[in-house]
Design a protein around this ligand. Structure first.
Ligand SMILES: NC(=O)c1ccc[n+]([C@@H]2O[C@H](COP(=O)([O-])OP(=O)(O)OC[C@H]3O[C@@H](n4cnc5c(N)ncnc54)[C@H](O)[C@@H]3O)[C@@H](O)[C@H]2O)c1
Length: 263
């Protein structure tokens, strides 16, 4: 992991779960971590900025505290579908876009942007045109207004992750022109505090069914490995990609071997 020594990463979601696991791995590899979270980070990072990703003014204030250049932006923070729909879209999608695009000028040539999305966004193709309409808005506020004007069917969490998936795919070529890459990791269920909320919003039986198929849920470190791969130069020709990190369930769902989970 010498790839990371001395490099500087902005990481969101450092207070818990996957973001914490990624932070520990980066620090162990000699990288500098600049943390953004509404809670205190769970590891001894180089810098922590308290931010509410559901509030664009809070994000803009946090951005003023991030000085210099960075080798990567790892968008990991997220909230479950038990939160109000507008907050879910704001944190899981609009904040990712706003942070990413605000930081373009501070990312060095070759820097990597990683978004932790979810297999819950697997039905993005069904809503592609709608999602492109949302992404055609220019700002966080306009995106939030679009969502208020266009309520979506189903769980807002799934929609928010569909939006993140489409965002990543549509931005690959655009960021390449700036010498950057953008990719997403799509975990299935992971043993983190958010999982209890998923059991409420997606159904405990469904999540237990996935656990039975695989023998266990993912550990945060399983997902950290995928995030770090996409953050590293090892993935230098991978761009605009959605990397499933779900133990193999999605492949079986897509090919009809197991039924589509009702989430
Ligand atoms: N755990 C799973 O089963 C699972 C599955 C698929 C995808 N994911 C995704 O992984 C990412 C990380 O989730 P996790 O499982 O580590 O959950 P977690 O609850 O352990 O961590 C979420 C982190 O995001 C931060 N956060 C939440 N809202 C915020 C806000 N408004 N402003 C600033 N920070 C905020 C929290 O403080 C926390 O540190 C999320 O994007 C989630 O959607 C998780």
């Amino acid at each position: 992991m010498s790839d990371f020594a001395g490099k500087r990463y902005i990481v969101t979601g450092t207070a818990s779960g996957i973001g914490h696991a990624v932070t520990e791995r980066l620090l162990a590899a000699g990288a500098h971590v600049h943390s953004l979270d509404r809670n205190d980070p769970a590891a001894a990072v180089d810098q922590h900025v308290t931010v509410d990703l559901a509030d664009v003014d809070s994000i803009d204030k946090a951005l003023t505290e991030l000085d210099g250049e960075y080798d990567g932006l790892l968008n990991i923070a997220g909230i479950p579908g038990t939160a109000p729909a507008d907050t879910v879209l704001a944190v899981n999608s609009l904040a990712v876009r706003h942070l990413t695009e605000s930081l373009f000028g501070q990312l060095v040539e070759g820097a990597a942007i990683v978004v932790v999305s979810s297999t819950a966004g697997f039905q993005w193709a069904d809503r592609l045109e709608t999602i492109k309409e949302l992404l055609a808005t220019d700002t966080y506020e306009e995106g939030a207004q679009w969502f208020a004007d266009h309520p979506q069917e189903g769980n807002a969490y799934n929609f928010s992750k569909e939006v993140s998936n489409v965002y990543v795919m549509t931005m690959g070529l655009a960021v390449r022109e700036m010498g950057l890459r953008i990719n997403a990791v799509l975990p299935g269920p992971v043993e983190t505090p958010i999982l209890t909320d998923f059991e409420e919003s997606m159904g405990k039986d469904t999540l237990d069914g996935l656990k039975e198929l695989l023998g266990r849920h993912a550990a945060p470190d399983d997902i950290a490995s995928a995030v770090l791969f996409l953050a590293s130069d090892q993935s230098r020709w991978i761009n605009g990609h959605l990397l499933l990190a779900d133990g193999g369930v999605s492949g079986s769902v897509f090919t009809g071997l197991v039924p589509v989970p009702e989430i």
